[in-house]
Design a protein around this ligand. Structure first.
Ligand SMILES: C[S@@+](CC[C@H](N)C(=O)[O-])C[C@H]1O[C@@H](n2cnc3c(N)ncnc32)[C@H](O)[C@@H]1O
Length: 346
């Protein structure tokens, strides 16, 4: 159920929430510039000399980005028997994951949708249309299923510069608080199909929405994707508001006019999981960033990271990392999809 059909007027608080997109892009750029990760595209989305983050933050960004990429990569690689798949990034900001995946894996049968406020999508659309490496990535290798001519003409800037579409990438402007009335129709207009295996991604986004709005998104997904029996959701969010670190995290953002509204309904790992279990999804797993770092970053990779940048503040890292978590959930009534998705792990 949608909350309201009237557009929400943009407020100072919305502006403050949008500013977190720059934080995310700067963090990504910092980790890439230091050598934690490779991403030849992020430099196009940051201006001048973006701030360098301390090693502790870079290590956290590394975990966040490799965790997300690992799930997306497996989703793409393990689904070749499906003619089409879809990835939908809610609150994508200047995330470059599409470009990285496209350049590394070709995304031969995946449509990639990104949604954000118009203030963000218009800038992203303009940057993509002006920067040759981004444009070339978009047009690289014809998509085997979504056959369309791969020429510059196949990149279209729509809706007075707010949206962009190409053979397999769609940038859609809108307010996630009006998912049913605003976002879903635009997704469908751009070729989104409720019958196709789909992975929804939300990285540090639902946390800025009231639970009624994030619940409305999950309810829409559950109700509309259910007949297909093949959909999944990956989130990365802040958790644990009650201890002193959590209180400091909340206060720091509050000082900038930003409320972590999602923490009210989803403060813990268990409550993150319950979001999906309570809606009858088949599986939900959660892990905090500290667990991810311990379990899924190999010894060899940790040794490499130490050479990239020495990290001395391990206590601080653990504390920070225990306040962020991944949730990966799926609904897989389709047996073919169930076999694949149940084999995807961090
Ligand atoms: C912290 S940034 C994360 C960006 C991106 N997911 C990443 O990880 O790089 C949060 C993003 O969510 C977007 N966002 C938050 N609330 C939104 C809403 N109601 N509608 C559309 N976008 C929203 C912001 O504009 C911002 O780009």
């Amino acid at each position: 159920m949608d909350i309201s059909h009237s557009p929400t007027p943009s407020t100072n608080e919305d502006e403050a929430v949008r500013s977190t997109n720059n934080d995310a892009a700067f963090s990504r750029h910092s980790a890439v510039a230091a050598g934690y990760l490779q991403d030849q595209f992020i430099k196009h989305f940051v201006r001048n000399s973006p701030p360098k983050r301390p090693p502790l933050i870079n290590r956290g960004t590394y975990c966040r980005l490799t965790g997300v990429k690992s799930i997306l990569k497996q989703f793409i690689e393990k689904t070749p028997q499906f003619k089409e798949t879809q990835i939908v990034s809610l609150g994508a900001g200047y995330d470059t994951t599409y470009f990285v995946l496209k350049s590394e894996f070709g995304l031969s049968a995946t449509r990639y949708f990104e949604i954000d406020f118009p203030e963000i999508t218009s800038t992203k659309a303009m940057t993509i249309s002006r920067k040759r490496p981004l444009k070339s990535a978009l047009l690289q290798t014809p998509n085997r299923t979504l056959a369309a001519p791969s020429t510059a003409d196949s990149i279209k800037i729509n809706n007075s510069g707010l949206d962009l579409s190409s053979p397999d990438y769609y940038l859609i402007s809108g307010d996630l608080r009006h998912f049913e009335s605003q976002i879903a129709p635009k997704l469908l207009e751009n070729g989104f199909k409720t019958s196709v295996p789909t992975l929804f991604l939300s990285e540090c986004v639902l946390i800025y929405l009231d639970s009624e709005h994030s619940n409305a998104i999950l309810d829409w997904v559950t109700a509309n994707m259910k007949p297909s029996g093949c959909f999944a959701f990956l989130t990365y969010e802040q958790i644990n508001p009650s201890d002193s670190f959590g209180q400091m995290m909340i206060q720091n953002l509050r000082n900038r006019g930003i409320e972590l509204k999602g923490l009210v309904g989803c403060p813990t790992l268990e409550s993150q999981k319950q979001r999906y279990v309570s809606r009858g999804w088949d599986h939900a797993e959660v892990l905090d960033l500290d667990q991810y770092h311990q379990k899924y970053v190999s010894h060899e990779e940790k040794a490499r990271l130490t050479k990239v940048e020495m990290l001395d503040e391990w206590e601080e890292f653990t504390l920070l990392a225990q306040h962020y978590c991944f949730t990966f959930a799926y609904s897989a009534q389709n047996p073919e999809f169930r076999e694949i998705i149940s084999d995807i792990h961090f």
